[in-house]
Design a binder for this molecule. Structure first.
Ligand code: NBP
Length: 472
């Protein structure tokens, strides 16, 4: 019987929570999973939450498809990579022209583009959808970044908007462009998330080892900061993580956690995308590199034994400066992330709506913040695309960059690795310098490779008469 408004395949953590969210919003959802036992487990969970009446469980793929109203919308929430391609092949014989596959995992946007190009000529609408907010978000309202087939987006729009987070009543869900646009934006979201977390960790390091603050004291500072311009989910949870106590030892939990960060790939993808597009994204790149070096614990310990422990920060550091340094670093990092999206948009013909992206990141996702509300308002007014040149942010940056400078300088002298904060400062100083030093680079390039250079009034492709260095 055709009863379901939408179908969902993949009942692991994310899929289960998304299905419960859909059911809770009053839509009937058909669910399927490769391993049938997971469907039974899911139904127990749905029953416990009083939502089983809105769920149609189907272990047989053909029967599952048959329960969904046409034109069908079928969400796939399986492991990213080959499982998605396999699932598409399994689904294809059962779908009709006009139906849609909504792939909601963390897929590489170029894979999404490939799948979109493969399915469009077959009449199947392919939507690559970035879903942010983790398990909690999937259950109660994630930020949803949609890309792909526009017609099929319209079919699924009411359900996707209903399950998304809301900011002042507005759904944090939007169609952003064709092909891989949605997953691209999710990738950059994650790159920005890497930068935010790294900079938070760097200021925590200054508090811990520079100012001698214990986790409780640092937690109080983050809680205080969360009431100001840095107000955001990540600052809020930093306060909680720093306050947590290990029940076994009674010690601060954060002091027991090994300082090796993991990564699943989206940060690397955003850094690569920025590089390929020729957009400087030093904060994102720095955050990816910092995670990689954090993973080399043994090497770091060996190097510390050789070079000695750091000298430490001397002199007074002001917590107000630390707060402003984080704000300035964050502005630079977001400027870079949005610059990457603007360039990718132009290159791929996506026409990415930057103000809308800032809007749908205001709630539901990991980087949600008060700052993004300011950012979307600034972008709505129009004008410059680089955040550093958007009028509302020029004032904030003028006020905050001297503090970033103070913290980075103190950190450098005290031998603190402020990878992301210093990368942000260097970007800012490069971006705002009218006369740089690339003239010498051009001279060097011409010397060894006759690459040519430009001279004011004489045009491009000028060359120097260089001495021979053969036999050096
Ligand atoms: P997993 O990424 O752990 O995938 C498990 C699911 O994939 C199960 O339903 C499993 O079925 C299914 N699956 C696999 Br594995 N291979 C399959 C195949 N060849 N054919 C069909 N199904 C297959 O689940 P998750 O942690 O819920 O994540 C789902 C997606 O969401 C991923 O892309 C992940 O990166 C993304 N994600 C996003 C967030 C976020 O915050 N947005 C958080 C976590 C994950 P089985 O039960 O039969 O093994």
């Amino acid at each position: 019987m055709t009863t379901a408004d939408i179908g969902l395949i993949g009942l692991a953590v994310m899929g289960s929570n998304l299905a419960l969210n859909i059911a809770e919003k009053g839509y009937t959802v058909a669910v399927h999973n490769r391993t049938a036992a997971r469907i039974d487990d899911f139904m127990v969970m749905a029953k416990a939450q009083g939502l089983d009446g809105k769920v149609v469980p189907e272990a047989d793929l053909a029967a599952f498809i048959a329960t969904i109203k046409q034109p069908r919308s079928v969400i796939i929430m399986v492991k990213a990579g080959a499982p998605v391609d396999e699932m598409i092949e399994h689904l294809l014989p059962h779908l009709d022209a006009g139906d849609a596959i909504l792939e909601c995992g963390n897929s590489l946007y170029t894979d999404t583009q490939r799948r979109f190009d493969y399915l469009t000529p077959k009449g199947i609408g392919y939507l690559g959808i970035g879903v942010s907010g983790g398990e909690e978000g999937a259950r109660h309202g994630p930020s949803i970044m949609v890309g792909g087939a526009e017609q099929q987006w319209k079919n699924a729009q009411p359900i996707l908007e209903a399950i998304s987070a809301k900011f002042n009543g507005e759904p944090c869900c939007a169609y952003l462009g064709v092909g891989g646009a949605g997953h691209f934006v999710k990738t950059i979201h994650n790159g920005i998330e890497y930068g935010d977390m790294q900079m938070i960790a760097e200021v925590y390091g200054v508090m811990r080892d520079g100012l001698g603050m214990n986790p409780t004291a640092a937690s109080e500072v983050f809680k205080e900061w969360n009431k100001g311009p840095l107000n955001s989910y990540l600052i809020e949870i930093a306060g909680h993580v720093l306050a947590a106590v290990d029940p076994q030892t009674g010690k601060p939990l954060v002091d027991l956690i090994i300082d090796k960060a993991g990564q699943k790939g989206t940060g690397v993808w955003s850094a690569i995308a920025a590089q390929l597009l020729g957009v400087p994204a030093t904060a994102i790149e720095g955050a990816v590199a910092a995670r990689a070096i954090s993973a080399r614990k043994d090497e770091r310990l060996a190097a510390e034994a050789v070079y000695g422990k750091r000298t430490g920060i001397s002199g007074q550091l002001d917590l107000g400066d630390l707060e402003k340094a984080l704000l300035a670093g964050k502005i630079v990092s977001y400027a870079q992330g949005f610059d990457v999206m603007a360039r990718a948009s132009a290159e791929n013909g996506w026409n990415l709506p930057l103000a809308t992206i800032a809007k749908i990141w205001r709630a539901g996702c990991i980087i949600r913040s008060r700052f993004l509300d300011q950012m979307s308002a600034a972008y709505v007014k129009g004008g410059a695309t680089n955040l550093l040149m958007v009028p509302d942010f020029i004032g904030i940056m003028k006020d905050a960059h001297p503090s970033l400078r103070k913290i980075v300088a103190a950190g450098a002298l005290g031998e603190f690795p402020l990878v992301c904060l210093s990368a942000s400062l260097a970007y800012f100083d490069s971006y705002r310098q009218g006369r740089g030093t690339a003239n010498l680079i051009q001279g060097l390039r011409d010397f060894f490779g006759a690459h040519g250079f430009e001279i004011e009034g004489r045009g491009a492709d000028q060359h120097g008469k260089w001495p021979s260095t053969l036999g050096f």
